[in-house]
Unconditional design. Structure first.
Length: 242
């Protein structure tokens, strides 16, 4: 965790402009890091933003401090998944891994953002809403957040992590195509119950015209059709065909 050496700090406030979640404040002519608000992204440390080298590391001496760092620092590899950037590939390699098969829709919800962050209590609300609507969440070896769930079929997180603040976190899983409307309706409801933002990614197989009729349910719910995306052209080997 980053901390500010008060003897070295001259109160220039430069570090405040670099903090991704506004966890640095100014008082008594010194800058201070709120340890509860810090997400351990290490931007201030890694970029050496302080002209007096007053920002110093302190031990990641609890599980959740280390978890926050691994999920918030984009250069860190998650030890379970081996993936940088919040520890998940978000089915980007689906042509090889086959996490989303024919007849299924992959759900990827990116919660929080620089400047806002996300508390895990809000991630839990979204995960539980998804499970109640029929989504099967990813496993802990695919997506780190699920490792904090005693039972991934419910989406409920460990009670002792709910007040943990992250830079961002990803909730992901899949449902059957015919369940997508219920899932989207559940997200429309839960978005009003959380104190952060999220973006939704849908992973579907398309026909030769680049279309999938499942998306028509978005029109019924008044949700704009996707206008940008990533296309997996199936060049990976070994190729998943079903």
């Amino acid at each position: 965790m980053a901390q500010i050496n008060q003897e070295k700090c001259v109160g220039c406030k430069i570090c405040m402009t670099y903090c991704t979640v506004d966890a640095i404040s100014y008082s008594d002519k010194k800058c201070h890091i709120d340890q509860d608000e810090c997400v351990e992204c290490y931007i201030c440390l890694r970029q050496k933003v302080c002209p007096k080298a007053a920002i110093e590391p302190s031990p990641l001496d609890t599980f959740y401090k280390e978890f926050k760092h691994l999920m918030s620092d984009p250069v860190e590899n998650h030890p379970v998944t081996g993936v940088t950037g919040r520890g998940t590939e978000e089915v980007k390699t689906n042509d090889v891994s086959g996490r989303v098969r024919r007849g299924q829709v992959g759900i990827c919800i990116d919660m929080g953002r620089p400047g806002m962050g996300v508390y895990l209590r809000d991630a839990e609300k979204v995960a539980m809403a998804l499970c109640n609507a029929g989504v099967k969440l990813a496993t802990a070896d695919q997506s780190p957040l699920m490792g904090l769930m005693p039972d991934i079929s419910t989406g409920k997180l460990n009670e002792d992590c709910l007040d943990t603040r992250m830079l961002s976190v990803i909730v992901e899983g899949h449902c059957r195509e015919e369940q997508l409307k219920d899932v989207m309706a559940a997200l429309q409801k839960v978005e009003k119950e959380i104190d952060t933002v999220f973006s939704l990614g849908l992973i579907l197989r398309v026909d030769e015209n680049g279309e999938n009729a499942t998306l028509r349910c978005l029109d019924e719910l008044g949700i704009a059709q996707p206008y940008r995306g990533k296309v997996n052209v199936g060049l990976g080997l070994p190729l998943i065909t079903d």
